[in-house]
Design a protein around this ligand. Structure first.
Ligand code: G3I
Length: 305
């Protein structure tokens, strides 16, 4: 197998990329996407500000473009993300608790039903825990007005809206064992013990010299898988370059392959030309869409060549 997607498929996984609708018209962007990847995540187009900027008025055009492209290419789609404190329209934050609860449940229901049957996995709730040593929940309109039960409620609403989609909790800085990942672990363990519908945990895996790939990365993925959920690497990018970056990408791929319930890897962008990081070269293709050493290392780790 000489592409990331075909090599990953040979190992029973997907290998995908975050996609921006406004770049799909660029031929090299679309060609690289279609050749190399078999899963897509809309980078921004399915977020609340993009889909329900005005209460109960839904706008799906940009996300539909990505989903249609993915379907035409036989690619899986990860839905990102239904309930998140960021990129939230201002009308949401000002609601009363009662109104916020119905707005959250309506948003989940309307968006999921629009894409019913087309989404492999949804990031139902994104980044609900604080960074640092407390393991506490992050303050947000949902946490502050609805209390800690909002996550369970979001997952139960999501299961009803599209029973065929895998329902994930997604976060960052949870890639190794720490207070934040331990808090997520405790929540997932509790959910599984009470039959709260959760199928997967997403590990964003944004790495850089200040937060490198942790030595217990594989063990951390494994402990979550042992709770009875799939684990997915959902937003992988690794700042750096050359052989050091290549080694890191290879190690992340190997860790996923070593965990049977690690079902796929998504890099957070196709090319360094459009990475969300204002500087740096964190992705697998350079700004001219040339394969980097990191690409070769990822492909080799997938058993491709
Ligand atoms: O669409 C507007 C455009 O109309 C306007 O002209 C332009 C300048 O103001 O802004 C555009 O919106 C930007 C949007 O990306 C689309 O390009 C926002 O300003 C910008 O903040 C937004 O950044 C995104 C970021 O999430 C927002 O938090 C990044 O592209 C996206 O890569 C990043 O992705 C997040 C994941 O969703 C969650 N995990 C962390 C990850 C990195 O922050």
């Amino acid at each position: 197998a000489d592409t990331l997607g075909s090599a990953a498929a040979g190992k029973g996984r997907y290998f995908g990329a975050a996609v921006a609708a406004n770049h799909l018209g660029e031929s090299a962007y679309a060609a690289t996407l279609d050749r190399e990847f078999n899963q897509v995540t809309p980078e921004n187009e399915m977020k609340w500000d993009a889909t329900e900027g005005t209460r109960n008025t839904f706008t799906f055009g940009a996300a539909d473009q990505i989903v249609s492209h993915a379907q035409s290419q036989g690619m899986k789609v990860r839905g990102h993300t239904l309930v998140w404190h960021s990129q939230l329209p201002s009308w949401v934050s000002g609601l009363s608790a009662t109104d916020l609860r119905s707005a959250m449940n309506n948003h989940i229901t309307q968006v999921m039903q629009h894409y019913k049957g087309k989404i492999h996995s949804w990031d139902v709730v994104n980044e609900a825990f604080q960074d640092g040593s407390s393991g506490a929940r992050r303050s947000s309109p949902f946490q502050d007005k609805l209390g800690s039960g909002f996550i369970e409620e979001a997952f139960r609403t999501a299961r009803t809206a599209d029973p065929n989609a895998k329902l994930c909790y997604n976060d960052y800085n949870t890639d190794g064992a720490n207070a934040k990942s331990n808090a997520v672990y405790a929540m997932v363990k509790d959910f599984k013990s009470r039959g709260v519908p959760i199928d997967c945990v997403g590990f964003q895996s944004h790495f850089n010299p200040a937060s490198p790939v942790p030595s217990d990365y594989q063990a951390n993925l494994q402990r979550f898988a042992d709770l009875g959920v799939d684990v997915q690497i959902t937003e992988l990018d690794i700042e750096g370059s050359g052989s050091a970056q290549a080694t890191n990408y290879g190690n992340v791929v190997k860790a996923c392959l070593a965990v049977s319930r690690c079902t796929g890897i998504t890099v957070w962008g196709i090319t360094d030309k459009y990475s969300w990081r204002s500087s740096g070269t964190p992705l697998l293709f350079d700004s001219n869409y040339a394969k980097k050493p990191a690409y070769n290392a990822a492909l080799a780790a997938l058993g491709g060549s």
